[in-house]
Design a protein around this ligand. Structure first.
Ligand code: MLT
Length: 328
């Protein structure tokens, strides 16, 4: 009987390592839980880099599954087959959604394998060119004088832009709140901001840099504690802290995830390919040109990634409970 078990274990090990060796042998899907926009941009940069590091015949498809601040796409991957072929590229909403969506259909820390972090992305406070303001001070006075008549776009409750708008408005202690308008992503929201249908938005530099550079939107401030000194364009914008919003600090981060139960041989291969991709000079340049910072610390390890997200879940619960706005 013992010999039989040993044989069974041996054949299981052989099968799974053979399985891992053959991986990937069909297209991999990166699920982006928003319409084309900042997270989609990061996912496509990463797909291009990981096609190189996962092996010559690797095919990676980026699929947008938008809605409910990213929780619809995340739920799709949580339920997907744990075979390494359906992965999730997600941001800070992985950590904000448990507090906001009290009936969330998945558990961020239990239903996913953590494959490593990708980047940190600052946010910018931007407005339509129709606004009669050119500096943050002008903008702030304009908002204080017209807050009940203005609107702010975001990518759904719990999204990065929603979280930023929430934190910014509560830090400004406005008399009247600004009307918030939800989109399936800040990509489509940006189109309406360019058209002047919406007044303002707080969005990731990966989605705003090109529009700021082309002068098609006005930028007023960045959400990081320090100025973006390394960026040729964004270095000129003050931080919200400089503008008097004490301790204001919001940086968006992205990570890669697989469904819980994906074989360890495959998650190890994906983590190694991710880490190699993050060293790719072309990937780094594409990210840095858009103001993002590629992760180089222990968040590159699955354990470091998971520990970081666990800390963010606790931190953001305080912010969201304080704001008292819930999705359900
Ligand atoms: C994204 O693509 O990252 C979202 O549309 C932006 C957000 O979450 O605010």
């Amino acid at each position: 009987m013992k010999k039989l078990f040993a044989l069974a274990a041996l054949s299981a090990a052989v099968t799974s390592s053979a399985f891992a060796q053959a991986y990937p042998n069909k297209p991999i899907t990166f699920v982006v839980p928003f319409a084309p926009g900042p997270t989609d941009t990061v996912a496509r940069h990463l797909a291009d880099a990981m096609r190189k590091t996962l092996g010559p015949n690797t095919t990676i498809i980026v699929e947008n599954a938008a809605g409910a601040g990213g929780t619809i796409g995340a739920a799709k991957v949580a339920r997907a087959a744990p075979d390494g072929y359906t992965l999730l590229v997600f941001h800070i909403a992985m950590a904000s959604s448990p507090a906001l969506y009290r009936k969330l259909s998945y558990k961020p820390l239990d239903d996913f394998e953590y494959l490593g972090m990708i980047n940190d992305v600052p946010m910018t406070v931007i407005g339509t060119n129709k606004l009669n303001a050119n500096t943050y001070r002008d903008f702030e006075s304009y908002i204080r004088a017209n807050s009940g008549k203005l609107n702010i776009a975001h990518a759904g409750l719990g999204s990065a832009s929603h979280l930023c708008g929430l934190m910014w408005q509560s830090a400004m202690k406005l008399d009247k709140s600004i009307t918030s308008i939800a989109y399936k992503g800040t990509g489509p929201a940006m189109a309406d901001l360019l058209g002047g249908q919406v007044d303002m938005m707080c969005d990731q530099t990966t989605n705003t840099t090109a529009q700021i550079e082309s002068g098609r939107v006005k930028a007023f401030a960045v959400t990081t504690p320090k100025r973006l000194d390394k960026h040729k364009l964004l270095k000129d914008y003050p931080t919200l802290q400089e503008m008097g919003l004490k301790d204001f600090n919001l940086t968006i981060w992205h990570g890669l995830y697989a469904p819980k139960g994906t074989p360890p041989e495959i998650t190890k291969k994906l983590n190694e390919a991710l880490r190699a991709a993050l060293k790719d000079p072309e990937f780094i340049k594409r990210e840095e040109d858009l103001g993002a910072v590629v992760v180089t610390d222990n968040r590159l390890t699955p354990a470091g990634h998971k520990a970081f997200v666990a800390g963010e879940i606790t931190k953001l619960k305080t912010v969201i409970d304080a704001a008292g706005q819930f999705a359900d």
